[in-house]
Each structure stands twice: as structure tokens, then as C-alpha cells.
Design a protein around this ligand. Structure first.
Ligand code: CU
Length: 139
């Protein structure tokens, strides 16, 4: 019995540690017209830990596919480029914002309402899965 509780306690400590390294702040999804098929998700990802972590995938029920995109300037033309994973160096934060890095939500399954909160699951290499609620905003 004692070892069982010890095991539970160890598990709790481990998950608490994993959680504290990656912090997601101010997530939001851009409001788009009802007939629009794509939108984007923005946020600040902070890595408080001592080792690099990596955003591997993003999932949400509202879109068929989610992709990490960066915006690049090619001869004066802004283009979006797909990147496989997003590395977050230790003790640093990365801002996903309009005109820069973003999560492209493609193939919206239904129109989004301004103000509604959308559940999104982010999978990190070390921190594991993080669930966030991203409000739909007109900005
Ligand atoms: Cu994009």
C-alpha cells in the first residue's frame, strides 16, 4: 500500500515538472467570414526549462488540418511556408503573431463565432500534450 502511494506521488511530481517548462500565453484565433475555409491561431510559447523543446503537432476539432507556418518575404512578396516542427530554445519565448509565425487551421468544419473558445491540443516533444482554450477574436 505504501509503495502504491509513493508511486502516485512520483507520478504527480513528474507531470508537474513537465508542465512547468512550457507555458502558453494569450492564445487567440482570428475571426474570419462564415464562408472562409482557413484561419490562423496565434500565441506566445515560453520555454522556462533548461533544454530545447519542440512543438510537433497541433490538433483541433474545428479544422481538418493544422500546420505550422512562417511568413517569409521573397523579393517583396509575403509568402507562407510550412515548417515541420517549431523549436523552442531553453529560457526563451517565441511569439506567433500576424505577419510572422502562426498555426494555420485549414479546412474549417463550421463557422466560428467571435468570442467562442476553441479547444486546441499542442504536442511537445518533451513537455507532452498541452490543452489550451483559444478565443476567436476580431483583431
Ligand atoms: Cu499560414
Amino acid at each position: 500500500m505504501k509503495s502504491f502511494f509513493l508511486f502516485l506521488f512520483a507520478g504527480f511530481i513528474l507531470s508537474a515538472c513537465a508542465k512547468s517548462d512550457i507555458e502558453i500565453r494569450d492564445p487567440w484565433i482570428r475571426a474570419v467570414p462564415p464562408n472562409s475555409k482557413n484561419t490562423a491561431l496565434f500565441m506566445i510559447i515560453e520555454n522556462k526549462g533548461n533544454k530545447e523543446d519542440e512543438l510537433i503537432s497541433v490538433k483541433t476539432d474545428i479544422a481538418k488540418m493544422s500546420m505550422i507556418h512562417e511568413t517569409v518575404n521573397e523579393n517583396g512578396i509575403m509568402k507562407m511556408k510550412h515548417i515541420e516542427t517549431l523549436k523552442i530554445p531553453p529560457k526563451s519565448k517565441i511569439e506567433l503573431k500576424p505577419g510572422g509565425l502562426h498555426i494555420m487551421l485549414m479546412g474549417l468544419k463550421r463557422p466560428l463565432k467571435v468570442g467562442e473558445k476553441v479547444k486546441v491540443k499542442l504536442l511537445f516533444k518533451f513537455a507532452g500534450e498541452k490543452e489550451i482554450l483559444a478565443p476567436v477574436e476580431l483583431k
